[in-house]
Design a protein around this ligand. Structure first.
Ligand SMILES: Cc1cc2nc3c(=O)[nH]c(=O)nc-3n(C[C@H](O)[C@H](O)[C@H](O)COP(=O)(O)OP(=O)(O)OC[C@H]3O[C@@H](n4cnc5c(N)ncnc54)[C@H](O)[C@@H]3O)c2cc1C
Length: 303
């Protein structure tokens, strides 16, 4: 790794101070959370911020909170490890905890934050599909005040979001969900660990206990378009219908059609599209079976 050029470094202790620094000091500044994207970009990809504003001394940005209205908020500086091991997330949204567990290695997950995963806006960001499938919103605070945006509308392109430079993502909130909610996140990458997703699929729906009817269906694809995308035709094909393997296969074929993958050094577009079909079918069926009990169970649950 190369040494970086000198830069100014600020450690504000309030949100207002953090966004004011970005506004006053002008273009070329960056917020810092865990640094697992930013520091690598500086040392290996030649990115040279003029100054860095560290968010870690701003109180109130970390932690997982159940709210009185049944929603659940995750502070932007909460680490992937905290999400992966959170008892409440593992119980209520095991596929979200799973998506955090898929990020990098344990060393990375100890530093990487959920806010950084969103703000960096890589199309393959592992926690984005599960959060979008849960209809999560992002709370954003900047010099002009506060706003709340659906995560489904947060990403605008690779590395691009609707946030302006002085805005801090402070938390993501998952609205109250039905007790019948089931879900699954599958990251497909040929190397099982320490690789970015070739394809990521998150599926969530409410499953009727007796009739197996699916409603509130969300199918979200990562790494196969410039941003994470909902496969809306596939969602509509499953909505209101009783789950069968044949139906899951038809729905998955629609999701594959809706994906917009590119060819690059890691994989061809055709291969990625085919894998969207395979992984979507598997995710739909796995969700109905319930969360995997262990890594071995997870690995062996292949439809
Ligand atoms: C070896 C390695 C393996 C990895 N594997 C994976 C993987 O498997 N899956 C995956 O999804 N990612 C992976 N990553 C990428 C990275 O770890 C994640 O994207 C991580 O969640 C980024 O969070 P961070 O806190 O480190 O962000 P930082 O690096 O601190 O920041 C990233 C960007 O977001 C901005 N930012 C951060 N927080 C905020 C905020 N609250 N408000 C506004 N802007 C903010 C920063 O200014 C910066 O531009 C990997 C990285 C490495 C180095």
């Amino acid at each position: 790794m190369k040494r970086t050029e000198p830069f100014d470094f600020y450690q504000p202790t309030t949100l207002a101070e953090a966004s004011r620094l970005l506004k006053e000091k002008g273009p070329g500044g960056r917020f810092l959370a865990g640094g697992t994207d930013l520091v690598i970009a500086m040392k290996e990809k030649g990115m040279l911020p003029k100054y860095i504003v560290d968010l870690k001394r701003v109180p109130g940005l970390t932690g997982i909170r159940e709210n009185g209205d049944g929603s659940l908020s995750i502070g932007a500086l909460t680490t992937m490890y905290a999400i992966e091991t959170s008892p409440v997330l593992r119980k209520k949204y095991p596929f979200l905890a799973q998506s955090a567990a898929e990020v990098g290695s344990i060393q990375i997950r100890n530093r990487a934050t959920i806010g950084g995963n969103m703000a960096n806006a890589t199309p393959s960001a592992d926690t984005a599909p599960a959060l979008i499938a849960l209809d999560a919103t992002a709370k954003i605070v900047g010099c002009n005040g506060e706003r709340t945006v659906a995560l489904g509308e947060f990403f605008t392109g690779p590395g691009q979001t609707i946030m302006s430079a002085d805005e801090v993502l402070t938390e993501v909130t998952i609205p109250k969900t039905s007790p019948q909610l089931v879900g699954e996140y599958i990251k497909f990458s040929p190397r099982e660990m320490m690789d970015l997703a070739y394809v990521g699929v998150a599926v969530a729906y409410n499953l009727g206990a007796q009739d197996k009817k699916c409603d509130g269906v969300r199918i979200v694809l990562g790494a196969v378009a410039p941003t994470p995308i909902r496969a809306k035709r596939a969602e509509a094909a499953l909505e209101g219908r009783a789950l069968t393997e044949a139906l899951a296969e038809r729905v998955a074929a629609l999701a594959a059609e809706e994906s917009k993958p590119i060819s690059d050094v890691r994989s061809s577009a055709d291969y990625r599209r085919a894998m969207v079909g395979v992984m979507t079918k598997r995710a739909i069926l796995n969700a109905a079976v319930g969360p995997a009990k262990s890594w071995v169970d997870r690995r062996d649950r292949r439809y």
